[in-house]
Design a binder for this molecule. Structure first.
Ligand code: ZN
Length: 309
């Protein structure tokens, strides 16, 4: 199989209104789908992305107001990075500071400038300048001037006890290549072009294992073009001895899940059908969207879910 990069990243948040305000108003992403957690319909599932929620730009959250705070550590995706156009970091620094956020980290990594902040739930969010970012059009209607607007994911960092086994899954099964390394950070790339995923495996042999909860990534999904390629991928993973879920219909894509040897939950998600399957592109995210089997509960759900603004 040859996966085409990141499809989406899903994480656990606490307060849905704070989450939505941060990712739409401060980061300039579009809320492309407002729905509920199909396994816990009294809570939201919020999807952010570019104009249409192109795979590779999609960040999704389960906001659980009463969940406990997780501890970041080994066995988790401990950071995700957005791609920013060259020369835009001075804008972002001012913009983030004026929103009351402190720059938590900054520097150069593999020759690229980055800054990092923590979101309202203490997720590490990185902004990395790339020469290629400007070749992707900015999302329309964002609150951020188009020349500075974020252009989808740059990649993500996985914290692991050791990187070899995860690296082997990435290269031997998933179509990634080991590009380079810097200290204990090993960079793999998955897919091609500006939207390829940079998958950094960070080796922390003495690191503490993370625990789930708010502020923690739940899983990372990789992109495949269609159902047929997903089934091929599933067969190859099963043949390699991995425990893979059946195909699950997530309304906006179809998914399979497996845990990689380093402890991180991986998903492979199809590009189709996409977010326009149940509402027009112009209206994405404006209305609470429910799967058919929950429509009869709409009135109750709308009355219970907290407003986002
Ligand atoms: Zn997912």
């Amino acid at each position: 199989m040859k996966l085409a990069g990141i499809h989406h990243v899903t994480a656990i948040a606490s307060d849905p209104a704070a989450n939505a305000a941060f990712y739409t108003e401060v980061l300039g992403l579009r809320l492309v789908k407002k729905t509920v957690n199909f396994d816990d319909p009294s809570t939201y599932h919020l999807y952010y992305g570019d104009d249409i929620g192109t795979p590779g730009t999609i960040l999704t959250f389960f906001p659980w107001p009463n969940a406990r705070q997780g501890t970041p550590g080994v066995g988790q995706v401990t950071g995700f990075a957005f791609q920013a156009p060259l020369g835009s970091l001075s804008f972002w620094r001012k913009h983030l500071e004026s929103a009351g956020l402190a720059i938590a980290d900054e520097g150069r990594r593999f020759g690229e400038e980055f800054i990092a902040i923590q979101d309202p739930d203490e997720f590490v969010v990185e902004f990395i300048e790339t020469a290629e970012a400007a070749s992707t059009p900015p999302a329309r209607g964002t609150t951020i001037p188009p020349e500075y607007a974020l252009r989808g994911f740059h990649g993500s960092t996985l914290s692991l006890e050791a990187q070899e086994k995860t690296g082997a899954i990435l290269t031997q099964l998933m179509g990634a290549v080991l590009e380079t390394s810097e200290g204990n950070r090993f960079r793999y790339t998955l897919g091609e072009g500006p939207a390829r995923a940079r998958v950094d495996l960070l080796c922390l042999p003495a690191g503490r294992w993370g625990t789930g909860g708010t502020g923690i990534v739940h899983h990372i999904a990789w992109r495949t073009p269609d159902d047929a390629s997903q089934l091929t991928a599933r067969n190859e993973l099963v043949s390699a001895g991995l425990n893979v879920s059946p195909v699950i219909d997530r309304n906006y894509f179809h998914s399979i899940y497996y845990r990689e040897p380093g402890g991180v939950l991986f998903e492979i998600a199809t590009d189709p059908p996409g977010f326009a399957v149940d509402e027009p592109l112009d209206a994405l995210g404006s209305k609470l969207m429910l799967p058919e089997w929950l429509e009869t509960h709409r009135a109750v759900l709308e009355a219970t879910l907290p407003p986002l603004k």
